[in-house]
Design a protein around this ligand. Sequence first.
Ligand SMILES: Cc1cc2nc3c(=O)[nH]c(=O)nc-3n(C[C@H](O)[C@H](O)[C@H](O)COP(=O)(O)OP(=O)(O)OC[C@H]3O[C@@H](n4cnc5c(N)ncnc54)[C@H](O)[C@@H]3O)c2cc1C
Length: 245
Amino acid sequence: MSARLVWRVARLTAIRDETATARTLVLTVPDWPGHLAGQHVDVRLTAEDGYSTQRSYSIASAADGETVELTVQQVPDGEVSPYLGEVLSIGDPVELRGPVGGYFAWRPESTAPVLLIAGGSGIVPLMAMIRARRAAGSRVPFRLIYSVRTPHDIYYADELRMRARDDAGLDVAYAFTRAVPDGWPSPPRRLGVAEVNTHGWPADFEPECFICGPTGFVETVADILVALGHDPQRVRTERFGPSGA
Ligand SMILES: Cc1cc2nc3c(=O)[nH]c(=O)nc-3n(C[C@H](O)[C@H](O)[C@H](O)COP(=O)(O)OP(=O)(O)OC[C@H]3O[C@@H](n4cnc5c(N)ncnc54)[C@H](O)[C@@H]3O)c2cc1C
């Protein structure tokens, strides 16, 4: 069996709160084969009566030995995310397998400019790309457009502020859909052509584009990019939510 299809028993070694409803789980995974930024894992929970269920979670961290970080947004009444977000404690085991996927992945040897567009928890695999760029010492120009409901919903806020300041060639722009920070120049609104045009790359730069978030968000943004002249082959998408979300 391929190494990535093997279920491994990871241990939770640290927890970081990202927002009031999302937390990062730092896991140690024995014999982890390494991963590309953008890949995900499958997490499996098994109850005492043998009932078992699994969900996918993007890897938030750049490859780093046996450490794998996931950031889980709690979905109210969800089966798996409240367990990972509230019940799982330091030292507890959790079964996972991966890394899964190779299409929605950024490779450090790539030289094309990169446009990352995240909606909500869709920032997770894109943050892995920003971290992998830093870890590889890549100078490839990166632009991130991050759409969130309110300033309190920004994941990795301090790190993004620090990286936008210190990582040469990384630009970070926000779009707020429900509430804006004090002094923000425009009212809350959905991400549209204007923001993508202003904060993205022109199509003739031929950037690699990665879009991640709820299904509706991803489809809208992909349509905008294609309408702006981006080659659909260079627009890669990852959908988190159930269809119509
Ligand atoms: C490739 C991939 C990567 C993913 N990476 C991440 C990640 O990094 N972080 C993360 O938090 N989630 C991620 N997800 C979503 C994750 O797999 C689960 O769908 C999510 O945690 C909800 O699972 P649950 O068992 O708690 O809810 P469920 O019991 O499956 O659903 C409960 C209710 O919530 C609705 N619902 C389910 N998922 C969502 C959602 N995403 N948004 C809004 N409503 C929803 C359902 O329709 C249902 O009504 C990813 C999904 C995919 C396919």
